[in-house]
Design a protein around this ligand. Structure first.
Ligand code: WTA
Length: 644
């Protein structure tokens, strides 16, 4: 008999709330926390930072704001790796990380806090031996293997700044990020397993590192490829040789801890800068309250460490709270669609955090692949990355959660470092498609484009007000102008999220991006990045990329191409799609490319993507009056109809 599991939710009216069982164990249950925090948010965060983290020196000032910059815990000192690992060493045997390799014949590995401490210290010494000092940037291009976590934490031990690049990104994308950060060292692997096949990562890494600042490449041996050359070091050999203790570098709270590149509206990704103390405070408390994480819990966040969700919830949050994190190397449906659910059963996962895209994918398979596994260990289900529709929410709730686990729809961004808008499990309510309230001590408003509050229930722009959340970005790496233009130009004294939202019964419902950024299978991608990649082909004269709604992936990119030379056709379409794979990576590959004679443009030459979007979903486009070439619209419409 399969276990049913504890019921953590109850239905009141047509809304779900935490059950008494959940309230009994939850880290926080009193809704008064919102009003208490709002009275003095700075003091509130100061108290949380003190209670949650280990500091080597108290701060002089809790918050200082000189917009567009602000600092948390100024003068305070701490080391991030000490907070993630050393302070849990009272129980060195406790499992910090469960790693599940993709190949079925390889056994999962458990790494205790004691072992993790040892490896981080050793690898920190490897970095030091190779000339890495406080403030240097280290590029990490690794798949979901324990060495990724070890390398990242080792950087934080010595105050080096890590810049992790998603392993499915192409070599050009990696190169651009290495160059922007001027990284001296690149840490990568020979490859990884994906859907039963070894993928070669080193080839891409080598190509990217050519003619850059990278002096050494440290390579993890994952698929058994031999690496030779003066520039290369073997991860395990170096670890073996290294001293086993590395004194942690005490960092200022506001010192940069990591860079993470993300898409904005232009083609060039920007390096979002995160600090140490503020980020740590938010990662710790959001894990504890939003996922109700306890030290005895196993949390599985399925996001790759190449994205912010992977940083904060597959790694740092669970470790800061002394819980166990689970990391899985491979494809969600390999060797069969039961893989994920078997992992939950085998490792008794309590908190499961994934993206709506994954939920939608599993809704389509034979449900027996899921229901045959015992999922009774689950307590909290989370979702992130894009709006989740009601049908998917209900399916997730019923099929994965057995109608007994709250669904926490967390809204946040690479820039915010941690979750900012969601319902807290011990408080409720859990409403399909609605994210919830701003985290205690943080305030969002919904405004018009002048920053004036929208009437209740009306859709507007989502903005954050002062004091800004401790986990927020502290700039764009070496690009003050970009930081100001992107986040502070529109509202001056409020942070512009670039998302739309409205209030529903006092709770925030997110409607999606208001700029030219797509969310493809939950991955953030600027239309301009895809356009640049396609433009690089000699035959292309002009190109516009727009997102089209997709049942499975949320949105997919669609390209409209005007050719300079060559013949339109399936063959060229394939070729250009391949181009995007090589320049950015398969995530960005356009689902379709339409060859058109002209793109709708305004008198000033601006491409009207809005019109293309409307045509794709068969809506009547508006604003044709402003076009220099209104006849282009009907032509494009016909081409879409003929080729769909
Ligand atoms: C979107 C991912 C609706 C939003 C953590 C945001 C969401 C962008 C949600 C950031 C959600 C994230 N509901 N939309 N729960 N969570 N988004 O930087 O448009 O990859 O601006 O960070 O994802 O994407 P990013």
């Amino acid at each position: 008999m399969k276990k049913r599991g504890i019921k953590y939710v109850v239905k009141k009216g047509n809304q779900f709330y935490p059950s008494e069982e959940l309230k009994k164990i939850a880290n926080i249950t009193d809704p008064k926390i919102y009003t208490q925090a709002a009275k003095d948010p700075i003091k509130f965060w100061g108290d949380l930072a003190k209670e949650g983290l280990t500091w080597s020196k108290d701060w002089d000032k809790t918050y200082e704001e000189k917009l567009p910059y602000f600092k948390w815990f100024k003068g305070g000192k701490l080391n991030f790796s000490v907070n993630c690992v050393d302070r849990h060493l009272a129980h060195p045997e406790k499992t910090a990380l469960i790693w599940v390799p993709e190949p079925k014949d390889e056994k999962p590995i458990k790494i205790s806090y004691g072992e993790l401490h040892n490896k981080i210290n050793k690898f920190a010494n490897v970095l030091k031996t190779n000339g890495i000092k406080k403030g240097d940037v280290v590029s990490i291009y690794l798949p979901m293997i324990p060495q990724a976590l070890i390398a990242m934490l080792a950087c934080t031990r010595i105050g080096a700044i890590h810049s992790v690049v998603f392993s499915a990104f192409a070599s050009d994308a990696l190169k651009a990020r290495i160059q922007d950060g001027k990284a001296k060292i690149l840490i990568t692997s020979d490859g990884y397993y994906r859907r039963g096949k070894p993928e070669n990562l080193l080839k891409k890494a080598k190509k990217a590192a050519k003619r850059t600042t990278v002096q050494k490449i440290i390579v993890v041996n994952r698929i058994g490829k031999k690496v030779r050359g003066r520039k290369f070091l073997d991860f395990d050999d170096e670890l073996e040789k290294a001293e086993s203790y590395c004194k942690p570098e005490m960092m200022n709270s506001e010192d940069t801890m990591f860079l993470l590149y993300t898409s904005g509206t232009t083609g060039k990704p920007k390096g979002v800068v995160h600090d140490t103390g503020g980020y740590a405070t938010q990662a710790y408390w959001t894990c504890k309250w939003n996922f109700d994480l306890h030290p005895e819990d196993v949390m599985w966040c399925t996001a790759d460490i190449g994205w912010v969700t992977g940083h904060t919830y597959a790694m740092y949050g669970p470790l800061l709270t002394g819980a166990t994190t689970l990391v899985y190397e491979g494809g969600p449906d390999f060797p069969n669609p039961g893989r994920w659910w078997k992992i939950i059963q085998d490792h008794k996962v309590n908190v499961f955090y994934t993206a709506p895209t994954a939920v939608r994918m599993f809704m389509k398979i034979k449900q027996n692949w899921i229901t045959k596994y015992d999922l009774s260990s689950l307590k909290i289900l989370g979702t992130v990355g894009e709006p989740i529709d009601k049908k998917s929410w209900m399916w997730y709730f019923k099929t994965i959660g057995g109608s007994r686990c709250p669904i926490i729809d967390t809204w946040w961004q690479t820039e915010t470092g941690g979750t900012l808008i969601n319902t807290i499990p011990g408080i409720g309510p859990f409403v399909p498609t609605v994210s919830g309230k701003s985290f205690p001590g943080i305030k969002h408003v919904i405004v018009d484009d002048k920053g004036k509050p929208m009437p209740k229930g009306r859709q507007g722009f989502l903005a954050q007000t002062s004091p800004f959340a401790p986990g927020m970005l502290h700039g764009v790496f070496n690009n003050h102008k970009k930081y100001v233009d992107t986040y502070w130009k529109k509202f001056k004294t409020m942070y512009d999220t670039s998302d739309g939202a409205y209030l529903q019964d006092g709770l925030i419902r997110i409607t999606g991006r208001t700029d030219d950024v797509m969310k493809v299978a939950g991955h953030r991608l600027a239309t301009a990045e895809v356009e640049n990649a396609i433009h690089d082909n000699r035959k292309v004269g002009d190109v516009a990329v727009v997102p089209m709604p997709d049942k499975m992936r949320g949105q997919v990119p669609i390209a409209f191409v005007v050719l300079k030379r060559g013949k339109p056709g399936k063959k060229l379409e394939q070729k250009l799609r391949k181009y995007v794979d090589i320049k950015i990576g398969p995530t960005a590959r356009p689902a379709r490319i339409f060859f058109v004679p002209d793109l709708p443009k305004t008198r000033s030459g601006k491409i009207m993507r809005r019109i293309l979007k409307a045509l794709l979903i068969n809506e009547k486009p508006e604003g044709l009056m402003t076009l220099v070439n209104p006849t282009s619209v009907d032509k494009i419409k016909n081409i879409i109809t003929e080729n769909s």
